[in-house]
Design a protein around this ligand. Structure first.
Ligand SMILES: [Zn+2]
Length: 482
């Protein structure tokens, strides 16, 4: 399998005009003469889109073409108002990259090019049409067109046919998605079409070197459907070959309800598109310094960060996965650790309590009142037994929702534990003196008797005494009386 992944770039405006790049507006409200391809208009390239393209390319190890250009891909389809799509043909900006799925399992990336998205067609059957426009129409099926998406910047990431299982294809798209989100290149919402994927699938008999005839599968709109569609297509092609038939090169659509792929049309060849250089846009020229500047601005990538956290802090997989869900989580974590809190505890508290509070309050960590400094301080208080773990949950909830200094919140809620031996020792001595029978039971080997004494001190201090410390002091004092 080789995959073609389309990613809509997260820019303010479209690729060649100043129309907003926004999803969900009323149809045909985000359009202008340029993106509608009206005569006499000229495109003007969005520099931010090129920046994002370069970031994506370098994060996937691609080489950058020092000279690249745009080309016209000509085809007539109602969702292409210009009758051609401005894309890149023989000199894509980025080429020859790679993505590592797991240690040693590398998928080659053939090229990444920049192009404009098409409009969106909505096909309505007679019945639906009737519902929408009661009484007005109903002769035949109709297609509604929305050009808001026409001209939105789009990256096409083409992989080598290196994937061998549907699971690998799933992982590959998942990793790409993570990377694009991480770098702020795209919001990658598959349900809104800002990440789309086509798969080229072929099978071959064991031992055969050359790849078999491929079919291209479209219309997969979730990670799960990518996996299911590829698996279903693999089974179909094997059945065709084993029953003596031949696989034809074609485009097939994935039908979620039947769980099968359906033939849509025979596949176009490049010559059908009559590519030629776009005369209305200048060529793109990059120097080594440009590429070095892009590299220097790239943050640590998720895979590298995962490996570093495992090595540097010996965190378990679950904690590492949580901390690398978003770049911000890792930054928060590291700032906490820098403030002196134990790394393992910070990771545990972030993955559990902080994550729970974020869901409960529907407020992401970034928007909460919690700071690395006050979480760090709270965990230090817990680590030194000044605050119990259970009380810590309450304190954290306040810090998350309202903010404040960790120490002040602990005192305000009266949750500081009594751990100092100087304060606990006289109390313990009094309890021992007043309960000789219980002390005797303990001495006779009834370990549980100690709980009675601990309980009395807990009651006296209204729960503030540190139970472990109290127990330790009681045992010590009783031992001395023997
Ligand atoms: Zn426009």
């Amino acid at each position: 399998m080789g995959l073609e992944v389309h990613v809509e770039l997260h820019t303010e405006t479209k690729l060649f005009c100043s129309c907003p790049n926004r999803f969900g507006a009323e149809p045909n409200t985000l359009v202008c003469p340029v993106c509608l391809g009206l005569p006499g208009t000229l495109p003007s390239l969005n520099g931010h889109a090129v920046e994002l393209h370069l970031r994506a390319a370098r994060s996937l190890g691609c080489k950058i073409q020092r000279f690249s250009k745009f080309d016209r891909k000509n085809y007539f389809y109602p969702d292409i108002p210009k009758n051609f799509q401005t894309s890149q043909y023989d000199l894509p900006l980025a080429y020859k990259g790679w993505m590592e799925l797991s240690p040693g399992r590398v998928i080659g990336i053939t090229r990444i090019h920049l192009e404009e998205d098409t409009g969106k067609s909505t096909h309505l059957s007679v019945g639906q049409e009737g519902e929408l426009q009661a009484g007005r129409l109903g002769r035949s099926d109709r297609t509604h067109l929305d050009y808001n998406r026409a001209g939105v910047p789009l990256l096409e990431i083409v992989s080598e046919p290196d994937m061998r299982t549907a699971e690998e294809a799933y992982q590959y798209v998942d990793r790409l998605r993570e990377l694009m989100l991480w770098l702020g290149i795209s919001d990658c919402k598959m349900e809104q079409g800002s990440l789309r994927c086509d798969a080229n699938v072929s099978v071959r008999p064991e031992g055969q070197r050359e790849l078999g005839v491929k079919a291209e599968i479209k219309n997969m709109n979730s990670l799960r459907s990518i996996r299911d569609a590829i698996e279903s297509e693999r089974v179909r092609q094997i059945e065709v070959l084993e029953s003596g038939g031949t696989v034809v090169q074609e485009t097939r659509g994935w039908d979620e309800t039947t769980g099968t792929t359906i033939s849509m049309r025979s596949k176009e060849e490049a010559q059908d598109y009559r590519y030629f250089p776009e005369p209305d846009l200048p060529s793109l020229l990059f120097t080594d310094e440009d590429v070095a500047r892009v590299d220097a601005a790239l943050p640590e990538l998720p895979q590298a960060r995962r490996e570093r956290y495992q090595k540097e802090y010996s965190l378990d997989q679950e904690a590492v996965d949580y901390l690398t869900m978003e770049p911000f989580f890792g930054e928060f974590f590291e700032a906490c650790v820098k403030s002196g809190a134990p790394a393992e505890e910070v990771a545990k508290w972030m993955a559990n309590t902080v994550s729970r509070l974020s869901n409960e309050t529907e407020t992401p960590l970034q928007a909460s009142h919690l700071t690395p400094k006050n979480l760090g301080r709270l965990l230090t208080l817990i680590d030194t037994d000044e605050v119990g773990a259970k009380s810590g949950q309450k304190v954290l909830s306040v810090l998350y929702k309202e903010g404040g200094e960790a120490d002040a919140v602990v005192d305000k809620l009266g949750l500081r534990q009594l751990s100092s031996a100087d304060k606990l020792r006289p109390m313990a001595q009094t309890v021992i003196d007043e309960n000789p029978a219980v002390v005797q039971q303990f001495k006779d080997g009834k370990g549980k008797a100690l709980n009675v004494l601990v309980g009395k001190i807990m009651k006296q201090t209204k729960g503030a005494a540190n139970p472990a410390k109290t127990r330790e002091i009681l045992e010590e004092l009783i031992g001395e009386t023997e």
